[in-house]
Design a protein around this ligand. Structure first.
Ligand code: PEP
Ligand code: MN
Length: 343
């Protein structure tokens, strides 16, 4: 069982709940988050039956959920959740395009990419300052300088920013600049990092691990939620497959399936799935048609000179094709484009 305390619950309220659990011979695991405190209860079936903590002071909600992930489970949620990133909604009623360069390289390149993103209908800007690269000799990102560039571009263009954090030690600096923290595929089960972003007070985009099952992905999200942070967006970005022609295989099934298992928004990243530009728009369309709550793509003003993932970056006519799909496909499924809400 999980007990969610109200945001204003006092230390005394928490102690009362813990004492109540222990009197009933249960064990309490308290996780004090920035936004709310979560108390996990472990005990036998009859302990949980008789606990009845709902009426105690400061208790917002008690949940008895059979899935191994509790706070992120769809159980007890009549409707899937909408989360907001700097005012931009991501959820079941809207469609959100996130676009930007794979990596922040220069102020000019980032600004130009942000303008392209906005023209295509994006309402959030992506861009990596800390790049998790397969090779230690590849461009590793500009670090704090990259965060500063992103913040300047946000002010200039007016798009809130999503950027990756790769090390829990960077949590303060990345949270200071970013509107949303991205946990990349390689760090999906970096539990210290998940706990750090869970305590950050920032919304989190959690990418699916290269070979993670839906349950492993949702258990990773539970680590974030357990720290009191339920502002989580799940991002399917392709899984490792046997086919060498594509970098990763976009799992379109993940969209409707994980939306059944969890109340959290699910988006797709066709750029990192395909690894090549000509497949990005077809895969983006497939994700939209499957009901994704958003799509995140790489764009770059001159992909041939990009320091990271140039072959998958959109520009020119291909970006226009994506923009056209964003206008038509989500609307056909009854969604409002986040760009229309902003505009
Ligand atoms: C990215 O979005 O920049 C990225 C590195 O993605 P992934 O973690 O999915 O490889
Ligand atoms: Mn990339």
């Amino acid at each position: 069982m999980v007990i969610v305390m109200a945001p204003g619950a006092s230390e005394g309220d928490i102690e009362t709940v813990v004492a109540h659990i222990e009197t009933h011979r249960g064990q309490a695991f308290v996780s004090r988050g920035v936004m709310r405190t979560i108390i996990g209860v472990v005990g036998t079936e009859d302990v949980l039956e008789t606990l009845d903590a709902e009426g105690l002071p400061g208790v917002a909600e008690t949940m008895r959920i059979t899935a191994p992930y509790k706070l992120v489970s769809a159980q007890n949620h009549a409707k899937r959740t909408t989360i907001r990133v700097g005012g931009v909604p991501i959820g079941p009623d809207t469609f959100t395009l996130i676009a930007g360069p794979c990596a922040v390289e220069t102020p000019e390149q980032t600004l130009e990419a942000a303008r392209m993103a906005k023209r295509a209908g994006a309402t959030l800007l992506r861009g990596g300052a800390y790049k998790p690269r397969t090779s230690p000799y590849a461009f590793q990102g500009l670090g704090v300088d990259g965060l500063r560039i992103l913040a300047e571009v946000r002010d200039e263009v007016g798009l809130p920013i999503v950027t990756e954090i790769t090390d829990a030690a960077d949590i303060d600096v990345v949270s200071r600049y970013a509107d949303m923290l991205q946990v990349g595929t390689r760090n999906m089960q970096n539990f210290g990092l998940l706990q750090a972003v869970g305590s950050s007070g920032r919304p989190v985009m959690l990418k699916r691990g290269l070979t993670a099952t839906y349950e492993e992905w949702l258990m990773a999200a539970e680590y974030i939620a357990q720290r009191g942070n339920l502002d989580i967006v799940l991002c399917e970005r392709g899984v490792r497959s046997f086919e060498p022609a594509i970098r990763n295989m976009l799992d379109v099934s993940a969209v409707p399936m994980v939306q059944r298992l969890s109340h959290l928004p699910v988006i797709i990243d066709p750029s990192h799935a395909a690894g090549r530009r000509d497949l990005v728009v077809p895969l983006a369309r497939a994700g939209m048609a499957a009901g994704a709550d958003g799509v995140m793509v790489d764009v770059h003003p001159s992909p041939e000179t990009a320091l990271c993932d140039g072959p998958q970056a959109l520009y020119g006519d291909v970006l226009d094709e994506l923009a056209a799909a964003v206008v038509t496909i989500p609307a056909a499924l009854g969604r409002t484009s986040a760009a229309n809400l902003a505009g």
